[in-house]
Write a protein that binds this ligand. Structure first.
Ligand code: NAP
Length: 314
C-alpha cells in the first residue's frame, strides 16, 4: 500500500518513534511514515500529515497534502509558524485530556482554597495555627476560557461544590455557571473571583492580558492558577501583585520560556508554586485513537475537516 500519511515532528527520535508506534497501532490500514524516511515519489502520495512541532519547510514538501492533524491541543506555535498555510489544521480535542485538566484544576483549586501553601510554610516554621476555613460553596472560582478544557473544569469544580463562573470571547451558556464574555466581561468576573484559573489559548488578544490592573481587580486574598500559556500574564506584574499582597498565591504551570530559567525569582518566591508544565499531558494512546478516528472518517466521506481559525488564533 502506498504511503499516504506523513508524521512530521521536531521531537526527539525516541518520542517520534513512540508516536509512530501508537499511531500505526491505532490505524493499521494506514501506512504512516516519518517524513524524513519518505522518497520523493512517496512524498507525492501523502495527503495527510500528522504533526507535533513540525518544521514548516517539511509541510512544504508535500505537493498533494489535503489536511493536517496536530497531536497537541495548543496551536499558538502552528499559528505563528504557518502563517498563510492554506490547508485545514485540526488540533487535538481529547476528552481524556480535558478530564486530566479538570482533575488538575480541582486539585490546585483545593490546594489554594484549603490553604496548603500556608500550612506548608507553618510546618517549616514549627507553627501550630488554625487558619479560617472557607467552604467550597463560599469560594468563587472564575475560569478564563470556556472551551473544551474550561467546560470540563467547570463541571468538576461544580461537583466539588465551588461557585463557578467563566469568561469567553463569545457569549456562552453553561449550566450552573455564571458566564461573562468579551473585554467588558473580564473586569466583572475578576472582581467576583476568589480563585482565577487561566485556561485560555495564547493569541494576539490574550498576550499580556493579565497585568497589574487586572490583578488589582481581584478581591483580597485571591489565588491565581495559570494552566494556559505563560505569555498571557505579565510576570513582573504578577510578582508585584504577590509582593504587595494584591494576590495571595499563584500556581504556575506555564511560563514565557520553558523550562523556567534556573535563575528566575519565581522558583524561590513564597507566593508561587512552580509546576513543570504537567497539568494535562497528552496521552499518546487516547490521542492516537482520536487522530485515527478522524482519518478513518475522511477516508470514508472524503470531506475535509474544519481546521483552526488563523485569524482568531485558536
Ligand atoms: P478551546 O476549546 O479553543 O477554548 C478556548 C477558550 O478560550 C474559548 O472559550 C474561547 O472563547 C476563549 N478565548 C479565546 N480567546 C479569548 C479572548 N480574547 N477573550 C476571551 N476568551 C477567549 O481551547 P482548549 O482546548 O480549552 O485549550 C485552551 C488552552 O489550554 C490551549 O490553547 C493551550 O494553550 C492550553 N493547554 C495547556 C495544557 C497544559 O498542560 N498546561 C494542556 C493543554 C492545553 P470562545 O468560547 O468564545 O471561542
Amino acid at each position: 500500500m502506498s504511503s499516504r500519511v506523513a508524521l512530521i515532528t521536531r521531537l526527539s527520535k525516541a518520542a517520534e518513534d513512540n508516536w509512530l508506534t501508537v499511531l500505526s497501532a491505532a490505524m493499521p490500514r494506514e501506512t504512516i511514515r516519518p517524513i524524513h524516511a519518505l522518497s520523493t515519489e512517496e512524498l507525492d502520495r501523502v495527503d495527510i500529515a500528522i504533526v507535533a512541532n513540525p518544521d514548516p519547510v517539511d509541510l512544504g514538501r508535500l505537493p498533494n497534502l489535503k489536511w493536517v492533524h496536530s497531536l497537541w491541543a495548543g496551536v499558538e506555535r502552528l499559528v505563528l509558524e504557518l502563517k498563510g498555510f492554506s490547508h485545514p489544521i485540526v488540533r487535538l480535542i481529547d476528552p481524556d485530556l480535558a478530564r486530566t485538566m479538570a482533575e488538575a484544576v480541582l486539585a490546585w483549586t483545593l490546594y489554594l482554597s484549603r490553604d496548603m501553601p500556608a500550612y506548608g510554610l507553618q510546618q517549616r516554621q514549627g507553627l501550630w495555627q488554625q487558619l479560617p476555613y472557607r467552604s467550597a460553596p463560599d469560594t468563587r472560582v472564575g475560569l478564563l476560557g470556556l472551551g473544551a478544557l474550561g467546560r470540563a473544569a467547570a463541571q468538576q469544580l461544580q461537583l466539588a461544590g465551588f461557585a463557578v463562573s467563566g469568561w469567553s470571547r463569545t457569549e456562552k451558556k453553561v449550566e450552573g455557571v455564571t458566564t461573562y464574555f468579551g473585554p467588558g466581561g473580564l473586569e466583572a468576573m475578576l472582581k467576583a473571583s476568589d480563585i482565577v484559573v487561566c485556561l485560555l489559548p495564547l493569541t494576539a488578544e490574550t498576550t499580556a492580558l493579565l497585568g497589574t490592573r487586572e490583578f488589582e481587580l481581584l478581591p483580597a486574598n485571591a489565588g491565581f492558577i495559570n494552566f494556559g500559556r505563560g505569555r498571557i500574564i505579565k510576570t513582573l506584574d504578577l510578582v508585584a501583585a504577590l509582593d504587595t499582597g494584591a494576590l495571595k498565591h499563584a500556581v504556575l504551570d506555564v511560563f514565557e520560556n520553558e523550562p523556567l530559567d534556573g535563575k528566575s525569582s519565581l522558583w524561590g518566591h513564597r507566593g508561587v508554586t512552580v509546576l513543570p508544565h504537567i497539568s494535562a499531558p497528552t496521552n499518546p494512546s487516547t490521542a492516537a485513537q482520536i487522530v485515527a478516528d478522524r482519518i478513518v472518517q475522511y477516508r470514508a466521506d472524503g470531506l475535509l475537516p474544519d481546521g483552526i481559525d488563523f485569524n482568531r488564533g485558536y
